[in-house]
Write a protein that binds this ligand. Structure first.
Ligand code: AMP
Ligand code: MN
Ligand code: MN
Ligand code: MN
Length: 274
């Protein structure tokens, strides 16, 4: 069992890296990758916690990228976290996050929520700030009744407090992941509302620029969606990845390492590391 996609409180997850490690260890996870949004700051804690020979930590990150008009997530797995170019890109993404957060706060002020930036920072605890932290502010202040509603009414695309972000390009992301010795993976390919044609265009282009893996299993998935992604994965002869995208007990409908298994015809990316 593996889990190559999950979040700690260094981005928008609930558990600390050490708590995440414990949960993964208890679940019998053999390969664990912490893939926080645009940060590697949680990796040290994970390595610190790992005293076992049965669990291998794969250094990871989930980069926010722009491709055409779409915001996509690209996982970098097995990256060297000390790579200078990668650290540069992370700096750039952090600056974009802060800039966006200030702009979101301005829009929320117009909706009657004061100091949303400072309030969101309290939830982010100086880790990487993101929309989920603003969702918590909206919930705490009674503007919404659950976190999902914060996205549907305020933070989601084209909603009242949505701010488009100048993320790095898909090309920059793939290139930096490869430069840092890692594998580039399209995260949850069905979450971007792409038509079938666009999805195939993305995967073909991604492969042409050096991307080598597709996240075929991501969190709770329907069998039909798994079959669809398995077919795309085979068609382009890519490696396959699998992760829970766990953010916390309440936030995710799935436990760490408890996602469905990969279809047997696929080539699991973790075979590279065994
Ligand atoms: P950000 O990277 O700051 O734009 O935040 C994106 C994160 O917000 C995603 O990784 C999810 O964890 C969360 N998210 C995005 N859309 C929704 C939604 N509709 N409901 C709940 N959480 C969401
Ligand atoms: Mn997230
Ligand atoms: Mn994602
Ligand atoms: Mn994720």
């Amino acid at each position: 069992m593996v889990d190559l996609h999950c979040h700690s409180n260094f981005s928008d997850g609930v558990l600390s890296p050490v708590e995440l490690y414990d949960a993964a260890y208890k679940s019998g996870v053999k390969y664990l990758s912490l893939t926080d949004h645009d940060t590697i700051a949680g990796l040290d804690g994970l390595h610190f916690a790992n005293l076992s020979n049965n669990l291998t930590i794969i250094n990871g990150i989930e980069l926010s990228v722009k491709w055409k008009k779409y915001n996509l997530h690209i996982l970098g797995l097995n990256i060297n976290p000390n790579h200078a170019e990668l650290l540069n890109i992370i700096e750039k993404q952090s600056a974009s996050r802060i800039e966006r957060a200030e702009a979101i706060a301005d829009l929320l002020a117009k909706c009657g929520i004061e100091n949303a930036y400072d309030k969101a920072l309290q939830y982010a605890k100086n880790h990487n700030i993101g929309r989920p932290h603003f969702a918590k502010v909206l919930l705490a202040e009674g503007f919404v009744t659950n976190l999902q509603e914060a996205f549907t009414n305020y933070l989601g695309e084209r909603k009242k407090a949505y701010v488009s972000t100048s993320w790095i390009s898909l090309e920059e992301a793939v290139s930096v992941i490869i430069a840092a010795g890692g594998d580039a993976v399209i995260a949850h390919p069905l979450k971007y509302k792409l038509t079938r044609t666009k999805l195939l265009e993305l995967v073909e282009y991604f492969k042409s620029i050096g991307g080598n893996c597709l996240e075929v299993i991501s969190g709770n998935m329907l069998q039909d969606d798994i079959t669809l992604l398995a077919n795309v994965c085979c068609k382009f002869d890519l490696l396959a990845s699998s992760g829970s995208d766990f953010h916390g007990e309440k936030m995710s409908k799935i436990q760490i390492g408890k996602q469905k298994v990969l279809p047997t015809e696929l080539k699991p990316i973790w075979h590279k590391w065994s």
